[in-house]
Design a protein around this ligand. Sequence first.
Ligand SMILES: [Zn+2]
Length: 449
Amino acid sequence: MSMQDPSPQSIDLLIEAGHVVPVEPHAIVLDDHAVAVHRGEIVAVLPIAEARQRFAPTQTVSRPQSALLPGLVNAHTHNPMTLLRGIADDLPLMVWLQQHIWPVEAAVIGPEFVADGITLALAEMLRGGTTCVNENYFFPDVQAAVYRQHGFRARIGLPVIDFPTAWASSDDEYFDRAGEVHDQWRDDPLIATAFAPHAPYTVNDANFERVRMLADQLDVPIHLHLHETAQEVEQSLQQYGQRPIARLDRLGLVNDRLIAVHMTQLTESEIHLCAERGVSVVHCPESNLKLASGFCPACALERAGVNVAIGTDGVASNNDLDMFGETRTAAILAKAVAGDASGFDAFTALRAATLGGARAIGFGDRVGSIEVGKQADLICVDLSPIETQPLHHVVSQLIYATGRHQVSDVWIAGQPKLRERALVGFDLEAIVANARQWRDRISTLRTGA
Ligand SMILES: [Zn+2]
């Protein structure tokens, strides 16, 4: 230290924490560290004592009993479906979709359903430490506006499916509307788009080729349900004489733009193909377990060098948006599937829930870790409750013992979204009243009353 320190630098926010878990570098915990934030960006990560000398923050938040982490990235959601929580459970995927979900959706879908479902989801996600989603639903224009209104970070899927829906009535209309939504949000700091062809069994070759061409042109990812069930693979073999991944490879889609969701049915050579081509895999363990779809070999994928992310999938098949719970399930299931308790360790699981998700959706350069130059998407987790005591190992507690109710504070791009458990900018009573109103509407529809 020099005798005359320079005068302290003005910054917006200094967060001091008992433990900072930066995720990058991998597998380290920085005790008694602070993160300095200015204009929404992380400007320094350093010991608290040093931070107090170097910075003159407008605001200081001190959390000596907490861990400070990057915000969690939910890499696969259908958040308008939060309004369908618990509507049809304990059914196999195709029965669930065709006899329950699709008929209800057909009756209620529209801008109001989408906006209200996302608002409910946003409140739930922020209270559980999620700061970014990869969204996949109809009316992406409405979704983008609601996420933006609350200052939430999202990659919004532009839907493509072979049949008419309330969003578009023909192939051309799906692509025209996709282009319009993309243009509207192309320069936004929080919102970006992706193509979201629904699944191999609902999108034909010609539409996949159009998706590939336009995704290249617009430089956006492709978000796709893939190899979700054995039945999907079987049907593809019958219809195309190829497994879905082989068919997509023939169509030129197996590359680093591809965000492949589920992937419960994989051969050794398909795992290596994904690694070689830079495909990201989104593991949605609870949805796969609940729909009895199969098991994603997360451990084998990770060891082959595939970027693995974690998603909750829609609330109608989960039934929550709890990324702490999902990450714990992912970690323990990966071990069981691999027959190896040392696989997918706590640090690896945390990375999948943060940087893995950010990389999968093309946000790896701006979020997913606590690094200088990245956006300040940060969460504080209170580790003082008895449920996470004694604190032998911070990251072990975070993955195997922490509940989402322990998230105390959340920032996105340096803006507070949750402050000591209180949501900023949400009227919780109004959200609950609105959810009840949707329950009544949907139940009237279903009983035909
Ligand atoms: Zn899904």
